[in-house]
Design a protein around this ligand. Structure first.
Ligand SMILES: Nc1ncnc2c1ncn2[C@@H]1O[C@H](COP(=O)(O)OP(=O)(O)O)[C@@H](O)[C@H]1O
Ligand SMILES: [Mg+2]
Length: 316
């Protein structure tokens, strides 16, 4: 069913370089969140902090009652079993065929027999649409197929939380649309908590339930898709609508705070909010939390009448 991931006041620096501070959000169980941000804002660092590969300087990350930021190595080892991760580069072993790549975590971390492993590997290859490609090497297939193979591998231990780093990097718009549909279909089928990191504005408009924006060393906003897509907060509106007008400049550090403080920035009118992607035919509807659940989890009082789910997001 997925689990909530509660992040409170998280900060991280490398030496003197502050990456981000005061990051607070709760990823709702079973839902899809997307974390957006310009390159170099620490999106990958955030993912690595969530799985305990990078230790934050401050703050907590609580999953099922355990704080990843302060727990013992032994507890961390247990908690990590809840995660599936698709890293940005796919991280496939080049000399192993896809079958062995996908089977790898099962052979490493479980005592399953080869026949049990076979069933699981084939099921996951089927889920990501790669049946028939089991014996190909990663170097023989397209970038899109490599991402899907990495996804199959991230799924073999049946994760409660799936972290995906820039799945669309290097993919053309059509391949990106296919992989976006795959995420929505997968979420409906396995119902884990998803966090997808991207800077692809088209994906963020139609895939997630929640959107977060990392910008200028902090979490500028995190909330329901409709809330961010209709936000007139200059940084959010500029980024989500890929505009040149607004506080974000060519080089990201350009006097952003000062510019954001200037109230007379005039942004173009916001385009209409597109419908959220629905699971493909034959795949069950995604389970939905009651409206307002995100607000409760994130300690926010919903303004009356605001972000009522659209028809596309309220199907139960
Ligand atoms: N292990 C590390 N040691 C020192 N600096 C790091 C490390 N990992 C990332 N950084 C720095 O943190 C910043 C954010 O990196 P990253 O999370 O990869 O950005 P993004 O994924 O948003 O493009 C970069 O300036 C990067 O150089
Ligand atoms: Mg990155």
């Amino acid at each position: 069913m997925g689990v909530d991931v509660a992040v409170t006041n998280l900060s991280k620096s490398f030496g003197k370089q502050l990456i981000w501070k005061g990051v607070t959000l709760t990823l709702p169980a079973g839902e899809i969140s997307v974390m957006l941000g310009p390159s170099g804002t620490g999106k990958s660092v955030f993912l690595k902090a969530l799985i305990g590969l990078i230790k934050p300087d401050e703050g907590s990350i609580v999953i099922e009652g355990t704080d990843i930021a302060s727990c013992s190595e032994k507890e961390l080892y247990e908690i990590r079993k809840l995660f599936g991760v698709l890293f940005q580069d796919g991280a496939m072993f080049g000399s192993m065929n896809l079958y062995d790549n996908v089977a790898f975590p099962l052979r490493e971390h479980t005592k399953k027999t080869e026949s049990e492993i076979r069933d699981i590997v084939m099921e996951k290859m089927d889920l990501v649409g790669l049946l028939g490609a089991e014996f190909k090497l990663p170097g023989e297939i397209s970038g899109g197929m490599r991402k899907r193979a990495g996804l199959a591998r991230a799924l073999v231990l049946d994760p409660e939380i799936l972290l995906i780093d820039e799945p669309d990097s290097g993919l053309d718009p059509v391949r990106t649309s296919f992989i976006n549909q795959l995420f929505v279909d997968l979420n409906a089928q396995i119902d884990a908590t998803f966090l997808i990191v991207t800077h692809d504005v088209n994906s963020v408009r139609v895939v997630p339930d929640q959107i977060g924006l990392l910008y200028h060393k902090h979490l500028a906003m995190y909330g329901p898709r409709e809330m961010l897509l209709s936000s007139d907060e200059p940084v959010v509106a500029q980024f989500l609508n890929a505009q040149t007008i607004g506080p974000i400049g060519m080089s990201e550090e350009k006097d952003a705070d000062q510019l954001a403080a200037e109230a007379d920035i005039k942004l173009p009118p916001l385009p209409p909010i597109p419908l959220q992607l629905e699971p493909s035919n034959g795949i069950p509807r995604r389970a939905q939390r009651p409206p307002g659940e995100w607000c409760r989890l994130n300690g926010i009082t919903p303004p009356p009448g605001s972000f009522t789910p659209t028809a596309a997001t309220s199907m139960g």
